[in-house]
Design a protein around this ligand. Structure first.
Ligand code: 13P
Ligand code: SF4
Length: 306
């Protein structure tokens, strides 16, 4: 009997890849979809940590990543042995890790969060009187510390895409629209000076919803500080609006995630035949240890998002 296949795509993949997918979403939505998928094969047109999370949540499925190179700089910049030592140096803290992390990293965590639920989960932990350490995204952690007055010790990795957004290029972009009204929405992986100027900070889905519900000036310009893939979804939802990617230098709208863009049509088609990087290399011990903090997050989030 032919094997059943579902294809998942993150918003940062190209429009062509999104059109090949059964489900397009942010990290949280795709994790939930992968967990509940009934298919024999899950093709994950995203990056490796997303495919690993899918495998951890749905271990009976064959999870295929289309391209070997689809990593994430937050994963690459985190040495797991050093992370373990850092965690051990904070024995009285809860370790909250962003989902953009390896399975071994997740296994060293008490909670996993995505950009969709990080504010709520950390607020919940502080309300319980807990002390928190946050990894791996330094920018996201700095934003949370600033926004809510926390004092979380932070791991120091960054997203190489979002870290390029900067104040100077934004100032030029705002000036370039003359007297037109403008707004800025930003992903929390961006640097703090960018986030401090934003009208909205949130996940990819959160930003897309903000655009869908936008009621501001019809002649306004909306700058988006995140990877360019999601501008496709935003323009599809509100074709009448002037939506532009925030520049990283004067005049440039060119900030892409090289790892997401490895999901080419050919690679995804091959993956749908079961050819690609099969996520079959994680040890049972790592998968079991990583599943606990992910499931804690999903259980917490279910009251809000399902
Ligand atoms: P989201 O969970 O907001 O989709 O973010 C994933 C990601 O990799 C952002 O760079
Ligand atoms: Fe990782 Fe940044 Fe690419 Fe997201 S955009 S997958 S955080 S490198």
């Amino acid at each position: 009997m032919a094997k059943s296949v579902v294809t998942l795509a993150h918003y940062y993949t190209t429009p062509e890849i999104q059109q090949m997918a059964d489900k397009v979403g942010d990290s949280l939505e795709l994790s939930l979809f992968a967990r509940d998928a009934q298919a024999d094969i899950i093709v994950f047109a995203g990056v490796r940590f997303m495919a690993e999370t899918a495998k951890i949540l749905n271990p009976n499925a064959t999870v295929v990543l289309p391209d070997r190179g689809s990593t994430c700089s937050l994963v690459e910049q985190t040495d797991v042995a050093a992370l373990k030592a850092w965690r051990e140096a904070h024995p009285d803290h809860v370790h909250v890790s962003y989902i953009n992390s390896s399975a071994q990293h997740k296994a060293l965590s008490d909670w996993i969060v995505t950009s969709r639920n990080v504010d709520d989960i950390i607020a919940h932990l502080y309300a319980e009187g807990k002390k928190v350490i946050f990894s791996p995204d330094r920018n996201m952690g700095a934003y949370l510390n600033f926004q809510y007055g926390y004092d979380m010790p932070l791991w120091s990795a960054v997203c190489e895409v979002h870290d390029k957004f900067n104040q100077a290029a934004l100032d030029e972009a705002f000036a370039s629209v003359g007297g037109l009204p403008h707004a800025l929405i930003a992903h929390p992986e961006s640097p703090l000076p960018v986030l401090q100027q934003a009208d909205y900070v949130g996940s990819t889905s959160g930003m897309l919803n903000w655009v869908k519900q936008y009621q501001g000036a019809a002649n306004g310009v909306i700058f988006v500080a995140t990877e360019d893939g999601i501008l496709y979804n935003m323009k599809l939802a509100r074709p009448e609006l002037d939506i532009r990617q925030a520049p990283i230098y004067a005049g440039c709208q060119c900030n892409q995630c090289p790892y997401m863009k490895l999901n080419t049509i050919e690679a995804v088609k091959r993956a749908q035949q079961g050819e690609g990087i099969v996520i079959d290399y994680l040890s049972e011990a790592d998968m079991d240890a990583a599943r606990l903090p992910i499931e804690r997050m999903l259980e917490f989030s279910s009251q809000y998002y399902r």
